[in-house]
Unconditional design. Sequence first.
Length: 277
Amino acid sequence: MSDNVFQKGNFIYSKDKIFEQFKDFLNLYKERPIKNNKGGMGFNNMFFFFLVLTKKKPSLVIESGVFKGQSTWLIENTLPKSDIISIDIDLSQREYISKKSRYSAIDFKFQDLSKIPDDTLVFFDDHVNHLERLIETKFFNIKNIIFEDNYSNNKGDFQTLKQIYKDYTFNHKPGFLSLMKTAFIFNKIILSKIFKSKYLIKKDLDQISKRIRDGYNEQNFEIIEKNLSLYYEFPLSILDILQIDNIQQEQLDNLISKDFIDDIDKNKSPFTYLELI
């Protein structure tokens, strides 16, 4: 255990094969439908996600957080025989729409996942409290989990496991206009509760918790750890994971164009770690 990174177990990948896997990924990445995926998953985490998919080969992948659709495309093309469920409470931002995936605008925790296969993998890129998502996956008996944005302290816009490990409780600070909109939504909810006899408040209150994403004071990483057999945080850059000899370095230089180098560098955020649980 270090000051910065908690690891439990290890994600074993073949050092001999990883360079070949990277070449396969590059060929796939060239065909991506969304060239500018700002705000979504970048080059480095796409490769790490690709690595997990090719190793685990789940028969069902659930993604929570679709955005433009780049991750849907990556799942679909990496695992053409696997089923996909794509969840986002706002599906209007999609630029790529899969003919294979089953889309839903209902939050992950309200899904009927009673008959999913044992090897199901869920990919969270939805900026919802990681502790809440872990509790929900425990309920659904989903054992393979990926979080795409495992922010460090004082970063991001929601509570992450990395922050909980560092005993940091996230305190969300939305802007003034955002708080005013939240207040308007809350007042509307309260008035509905007062004047509508059959109105049920719980689902609409969920909107408030999505807009103000404070963490819990009582969160305890030691309790979380007891439920984890694997917690593996990938590095920020693919260059930190590739095992390259002199011959491979020459091949890599030929493989990676300036555009790819730019993608590696500009997507190497110092905050958005990808983790496998």
